[in-house]
Design a protein around this ligand. Structure first.
Ligand SMILES: Cc1cc2nc3c(=O)[nH]c(=O)nc-3n(C[C@H](O)[C@H](O)[C@H](O)COP(=O)(O)OP(=O)(O)OC[C@H]3O[C@@H](n4cnc5c(N)ncnc54)[C@H](O)[C@@H]3O)c2cc1C
Length: 382
């Protein structure tokens, strides 16, 4: 075929396909396919059952009734900066909290800092200090996966079990606002680097109308408008979803793939010259004996023993890990339990035991949560 006839033939072909694609029947099929792709009607079915549970954990949320303790204390000749007590929001607020702690470190003259703890708060604090040119050593009793941070669900939940509502002061409000905005921005910068952080649809499934509180705006909505960083929730009609429930809302969640993120933070910390030493401190005197003159205490619930903080107590939470399902890209939320879709499993959770130090998974709790989700899954498309 010479050049001229090639151009003529391919143009005709293009014209031809254009003509065919424009016929109403093809348009309708294409439109239907697009609608199916974008709709919630045909979600892949969840496979959740007790025989697919591969791991159970119980983590202790470090809940402090006054909110996280981010403050400076003089300890003998040392400067001790506390950064603990983030309740059910430690993952969400970690980067902003690290920023506040690093600002307090800036007031000491040293360039060598010790960080106690290698949970999400310790690691982000250590990285933040490295960003600012400090030489940092982490001292920790344990590392992932034997820490609370490894036993978290991993969603954006910046105000979950964070503070007693009647303890909210202007000082807390300002810190919270800063932690919220710095952390949210930092997580958006981690998007696209792999799947450390992902956005996911969440379906809230109820048989009775959601409580009033969820429907009406808060009285001080303007004051907390900065928290509106997630897209709005929409109520789905029965034919728009596969669940058998009267009320189904669709919203969005930001999900942290916890094992990958903890590894990323640890690897980055070591790559930038940080050192990690396994060491347990039994008292503040032992901390005082460290070579570094500035120490940041990121010991989570461990701070109870170290500082005897009467405002700090555990709120335990149990998770059941179900075999991961690669085709599932959504989370669900029922009255009894929720699922979060992560690379290391479909995480089923939903327990809060205030004051409980028990880290032994309970068979009954796993059964209750998993069976509640299994029921929703079994009823899909029925
Ligand atoms: C079930 C569950 C679900 C959760 N879901 C979410 C969620 O979806 N989103 C969210 O934002 N947050 C969530 N959280 C909360 C979050 O996990 C915590 O707020 C966060 O992990 C606290 O981090 P941390 O670094 O302070 O504590 P930890 O992870 O406990 O780290 C503390 C570190 O200090 C070390 N340490 C303690 N004591 C000593 C000592 N005496 N000497 C030396 N080292 C010591 C420990 O070994 C550890 O390395 C959840 C928590 C639970 C339990």
């Amino acid at each position: 075929m010479d050049r001229r006839s090639f151009i003529k033939n391919t143009s005709l072909l293009a014209l031809g396909t254009g003509a065919v694609a424009c016929t109403p029947a093809y348009m309708k099929i294409a439109e239907k396919q697009l609608n199916i792709m974008n709709s919630s009607r045909y979600l892949p079915k969840l496979r959740v059952s007790l025989d697919r549970v591969i791991k159970q954990t119980v983590g202790l949320r470090p809940y402090r009734s006054l909110g996280p303790r981010i403050e400076k204390e003089e300890l003998g000749n040392k400067t001790l900066i506390h950064n603990y007590g983030h309740g059910g929001s430690g993952w969400s607020l970690s980067w902003g909290s690290a920023e506040l702690a690093a600002d307090l470190v800036a007031s000491s003259s040293t360039k060598k800092v010790a960080v106690i703890g290698s949970g999400v708060i310790g690691l982000t604090t250590a990285r933040m200090l490295q960003f600012r040119g400090y030489e940092v050593s982490i001292y920790t009793k344990e590392m992932a996966p034997n820490i609370t941070s490894s036993k978290a669900t991993g969603t954006w939940s910046p105000s979950h079990r964070l503070i007693d509502e009647d303890q909210i002061s202007p000082e807390f409000y300002n810190k919270f606002k800063q932690m919220h905005s710095t952390s949210f921005r930092t997580y958006q910068n981690l998007l696209g680097l792999g799947d450390y952080v992902v956005w996911s649809d969440t379906y809230t499934i109820r048989n009775e109308a959601p409580p009033k509180r969820e429907q009406s705006p808060k009285p001080d909505a303007d004051k907390y408008a900065f928290m509106n960083v997630l897209p709005g929730t929409i109520a789905l009609k029965a034919k728009e979803h596969p669940f058998r429930a009267k009320y189904v809302n669709k919203g969005a969640s930001m999900v942290f793939n916890i094992p990958s993120l903890l590894k990323l933070y640890t690897d980055d910390f070591l790559r930038f010259g940080g050192e990690i030493k396994i060491k347990e401190f039994k008292s503040l005197e032992e901390i005082d004996a460290l070579a570094e003159s500035c120490i940041v205490n990121c010991s989570g619930i461990g701070a109870k023993q170290l500082t005897n903080d009467k405002h700090l107590q555990p709120i335990s939470g149990q998770l059941a890990f179900v075999i991961p399902q690669q085709q599932i890209h959504y989370c669900i939320n029922t009255k009894e339990a929720y699922t979060i879709n992560r690379k290391d499993g479909i995480i089923v959770g939903g327990t809060h035991k205030v004051g409980s130090w028990d880290t032994m998974p309970s068979k009954e709790d796993t059964e209750k949560m998993v069976l509640a989700i299994q029921k929703v899954a079994d009823e899909m498309y029925s």
